[in-house]
Design a protein around this ligand. Sequence first.
Ligand code: CO
Length: 164
Amino acid sequence: MYRIIVMISMALMFAACGGGGSEADSGSSTTAAPPPPAAPKAITVEIFGDDQMKFNRGEIRVKVGQEVTVKLTHTGQLPKESMGHNWVLLKPGTNVQEWALAAMAATDSEYVPAGDAAVIANTGLVGGGESTEVTFTAPEAGTYDYICSFPGHYGVMKGKLIVE
Ligand code: CO
């Protein structure tokens, strides 16, 4: 008889423990806020342009929503009046050639028309030995063209920003 009572009380203790545990679990899952999605860390991307009218890279990869700083350095010696470089990121669907030809006329704003709807982000124009940078939030996933919009440069000074 004693043994039966011990077994029953042990069974009750297990039941109580089990029930208590599951109650605590369900309680925490309803009151605790879900963890926020991890935001991608901000990054700085360096790109170089030279006196040979070249960028040193044709591809930049970033993450959706990431704060991206593109730092452009002109490693040459020629002044920006003859060998100027900038970094211009264009919206998908932009006809790069048409846009760049039109941008040549924007002599008062360093070859980036003010308020141009096709531009996502752009740096200023630099000459040899100078640096410039721009910070923007990476747009939705996709592939975006970037160019130097100094007259005649877009054909070779170009690349892809890949957002993933
Ligand atoms: Co250039």
